[in-house]
Write a protein that binds this ligand. Sequence first.
Ligand code: ZN
Length: 465
Amino acid sequence: MKRQKKQWKILVKGGLFSSVRPNQAHYIIAELEKIGKLDCVITQNIDNLYRKAENSPDKVFELHGNMRLVRCLSCGEQYSMEYIKEKLMYTPKAHKSIPLPQELERSILHGLACEWETALWVLESSHRKLMRRPLFSLRDMTSRLGYWSSERREICLSRNLVLHHPWDAVREVLLHEIAHQFANEALSTDGEPPHGPKFCTACKLLRANPKASGNYSSLHERIFHEVLSPEDKIMLRVKKLMALAESQNQHEAELAMAKAHALVAKYNVDLIARNEDRDFISVFVGNPALRHFRIDYHLAHLIQDFYFVYGLWVSAYVLEKGKMGRVLEISGTVQNTKIACYVHDFVQQFIHSQWHQYNHDKKLNHYRMIDFAVGIVEGFRSKLKLQSKGEKKTSTKQALIKVTDPLLLEYADHRYPRTTTFRGRISSQDDNVLRDGMKVGRKLVIFKGITDKGLGKNKIFQIAP
Ligand SMILES: [Zn+2]
């Protein structure tokens, strides 16, 4: 029993695959289902990736179960993994008090109310005063993501959306419905169609997405589903190069990664030079939490400095804690956002596996882990800097340097009218551990195809001897 608990803790610390995303193969299989060419998927994987890629649950047979839901062995009830995670990490003895799924829903409803309060802060106080808190509810709906009912003064969201989609996707729909409420109650939309001019004004004021309702697909479906466009051809080439970065030969791997980075840089330089209209999107990276560590800030800066996205720590509801915390939100073109998310997850998993090896016989504590992780990120940063210098010599245009997209800054200015900066708490650090981390970080090569299966397998983490 004790050993089982320990194994669980190790799994939970590793994130339980919550941040892994489907790869192209998963999406192709989902596509096969859509065109009616798929009987079923039988898998031993427990990573939920087929479902994340939108295969319907009744087509996916998971022989070993699924990491999203667990069943209590004594009462037979199913619980969400998020919930169990919390119980395991912080109150190991609390099994008897595991609440029913209704409690999870109650926590989500509380979260919607907290987010509602927070969302209003972007408004002028004269407008804010006109808003009264509505009722919040969840319903089983298939044709819409949510709605605002003026008779009942109620914002209702789809149960499927809140239970099976990331919180940023939920929040996007919530904000859309708040805009309906605002248009209706503060700007009085009498006689206007639901998505009329006053609603559009409300969306602008609240930074809401006017499209996020009806049959619109959720945030992550829009971003992480592959659609072929001219930019995607560039991304396909980037992916091919990243596949080369998987090479056993460190030199070859480094070269491929540098080329992939140069291509991304060229894509961005061209994009800005052409100055065509472009859409930006904002997503959470990692999960909202009450507290973040030094490493989270270092990693956030790294992706902002090298991967053409704008990052900011924003308020967001922490489901397990039942209160508002913070999360890193990044904004950029869909392509850049995808790459930045990918790199973020990749580096995190890299840190995890490297720390496991490094600390195997040392038994160092959590603070040393952070030193080591910060070292990895900073080591990787120094390598990227060097690469961009090298690129500058060979070609004037293709360096992976900070290129600022003026339209992205405009977008961010509008989205975050009241910006505050958060700083990580500075704690004591062990310089030796930090230096060891940097050594490892300088050898980090990002490449395509990282999956949950790679977790724990050293093959995918390319480290020169
Ligand atoms: Zn609407």
